[in-house]
Design a protein around this ligand. Structure first.
Ligand code: D41
Length: 576
């Protein structure tokens, strides 16, 4: 290796250069979400810096980007005293209360209209960062508002926290406050990783963020995808600017991440419009929020309004409907799907969650029921995150009835009585009845008639159920033999709608090969695979005659599909 001397100006200069370059690209990637170089290029720069610092440990500084990997574990958290207290927020639960808040502010100031800054209230952990001469020197949790826990070593690993402030003009002493959160997409990935590694997933992003910050080993924190969004300042050795919006702009220039949903609005009316808009877009936001914070923008006006015992008079948190609620599991029902997969579904006592009434939650499979140990009669926490199906996140074990037994997968199909099997290496249990099973008959026809398949207008789920239950339809082929009387004889079916339906079925005789293959609903064969099969073989006979080996030459068809296809394809068409 080279024998560069750290007293030589070259090394120290190269190290300074690397730090500046890495900090810049770190900022582009994590704060602006707009990277300028490839990951491997970034890694190469970081490795070069690490090597130089290993050779010259006397040149390592706490603000070096190498320090983000996490320091040695500590025995316990110390204390972090805040320069000025971190206050609470008074809550608002309705538009009437919002108007009361605005009236109190207007009367307190003697103003006609007040400008507010409206911000999403992120559901994470509030943190105070102390900068001395532009360098991060301490980070503390909120604690009791005056003193929190010293989590400096953990906060250093958070990529959106500047270790050294950018630009210039910052006060000699500056406290920056904000919320540490995990974005929805990062949370999803984190939990998948934990499941893969046999660890318990986190119930929600907030718990994951809290658990990650309260680690005595900063290297664990470093591996968690935490983000810091700033919402203001604490102590400051000199004033920064005259309004909150201007202060946020300065913080942005100094390298902090400011939520791009933050907006200046006028009066209670402006706050209401902002609230309704954000509530409507709540599920699309990249992070979870539990409210909106309104803050008087003018800092001199804030001084005038002052504080109550615990909270400022110039700010309030407007709560959104909770995304988590507790309810009781009335029963756990094995539900047989289109392909015979049996999914345990919890029937719940109806409960409002995030503005929607929830009465069912999927439990995915038996492993999931076991892992969560959900039993009939249990009180559970139900959570709606984004627009996904509600999930049971936890069981309130204290409230479990004495007689509650662990749930079992039935040995036979609840619909057709066929055996239930679990295939090697798969999480799912299946009814082996195939198209003998009415649930699968119904499922196969529903799929066949669906928009991306044969797109048969007027053939709805309820009608299909009737036709299958009366024995008029068992396979998709039977649809083409239906008579006018048979169709017109169903509930809510007149002469005219029966005519229209038979015409729609007739039109489905002429279709494209990819659609037909997809419509057959073969296990593992979605639109893309159906397209490839059609292109490769040209007609249905050729697909049906293809053996495992021939199938594997089709792009994207692996050994599993190639094995399953020759068996399931003929049975989908000819089974009775
Ligand atoms: O996003 C948040 N969780 C958030 C919390 C926010 N955007 N702004 C906040 N502003 C304040 C004041 C007005 C007191 C400076 C807050 C909080 N406080 C807060 N979070 C927890 C307690 C108080």
């Amino acid at each position: 290796m080279s024998s560069v001397d750290s007293r030589q100006p070259g090394v120290a200069q190269r190290i300074a250069e690397l730090r500046q370059t890495i900090d810049y690209h770190n900022y582009r990637y994590y704060v602006l979400d707009d990277p300028q170089i490839a990951d491997i290029e970034y890694d190469r720069l970081l490795r070069e810096l690490q090597e130089l610092e290993t050779q010259h440990p006397e040149l390592v500084t706490p603000d070096s980007p190498t320090q983000r990997v996490g320091a040695e574990p500590i025995a316990a958290f110390g204390e972090a005293r805040h320069g000025v207290p971190m206050l609470s927020l008074d809550n608002i639960f309705s538009e009437a209360e919002l108007e009361d808040f605005d009236r109190r502010v207007r009367e307190g100031l003697g103003w006609e209209h007040v400008d507010y800054v409206a911000e999403p209230k992120l559901d994470g952990l509030s943190v105070n960062l102390r900068y001395q001469d532009g360098l991060l020197v301490q980070a503390g949790t909120r604690g009791d508002g005056r003193v929190g826990e010293d989590i400096t070593a953990n906060i250093r690993t958070v990529r959106t926290v500047p270790l050294r402030l950018q630009g210039d003009g910052w006060p000699e002493l500056l406290e920056v406050r904000g919320e540490v959160v995990i974005r929805r997409a990062d949370f999803q990935r984190l939990n998948e990783l934990r499941l893969d590694q046999g660890e318990k997933p986190f119930a929600n992003p907030r718990n994951a963020a809290a658990g990650s910050l309260r680690q005595l080993d900063p290297r664990i924190t470093a591996a968690r995808p935490l983000s810091f969004f700033t919402f203001g300042t604490g102590a400051s050795s000199e004033p920064i600017d005259g309004s909150h919006s201007a202060v946020l702009e300065r913080l942005r220039q100094w390298g902090f991440l400011v939520n791009d949903q933050v907006k200046k609005v006028v009066g209670a009316e402006g706050c209401e419009t902002y609230y309704r808009d954000l509530l409507a877009r709540r599920d699309e936001l990249p992070f979870e929020i539990d409210g909106i914070v309104y803050k008087v923008d003018d800092l001199a006006a804030r001084e005038e309004l002052g504080f109550t015992a615990r909270a400022p008079r110039w700010a309030a948190a407007h709560k959104l409907p909770a995304v988590e609620a507790s309810t009781r599991v009335a029963s756990i029902e094995p539900s047989v799907g289109r392909t015979g997969v049996i999914t345990p579904v919890a029937n719940l006592e109806p409960v409002a969650v995030g503005g929607v009434t929830v009465s069912r939650a999927t439990l995915h499979n038996l492993d999931e029921v076991r892992r969560k140990d959900v039993r009939e009669g249990d009180t559970v926490m139900v959570r709606r995150a984004g627009d996904v199906i509600p999930e049971i996140t936890a069981v309130v074990v204290d409230k479990r009835p004495a007689a509650a037994e662990p749930w079992e997968m039935p040995a036979s199909c609840p619909v057709c009585g066929s055996e239930v099997q679990r295939l090697e290496g798969q999480a799912a249990h299946r009814c082996i009845g195939g198209l003998y099973c009415p649930a699968q008959q119904v499922g196969a026809v529903i799929h066949f008639a669906s928009r991306k398949a044969m797109d048969i207008d007027g053939l709805g789920d309820k009608l299909i159920e009737q036709l299958v239950n009366k024995g008029l339809v068992r396979t998709v082929a039977d649809l083409f033999a239906l008579s006018h009387e048979q169709v017109a004889g169903q509930e809510r079916m007149g002469d005219k709608s029966a005519d229209n339906l038979l015409k729609a079925i007739d039109r489905a005789r002429k279709t494209t090969l990819p659609r037909l293959i997809y419509a057959l609903g073969i296990d593992q064969v979605g639109e893309v695979t159906a397209n490839q099969l059609a292109q490769h073989f040209g007609d249905l006979d050729a697909v049906m005659q293809a053996d495992e080996e021939a199938l594997q030459t089709v792009p994207d068809i692996g050994p599993v599909v190639a094995k399953a296809l020759p068996i399931s394809l003929p049975s989908r068409i000819t089974a009775t």
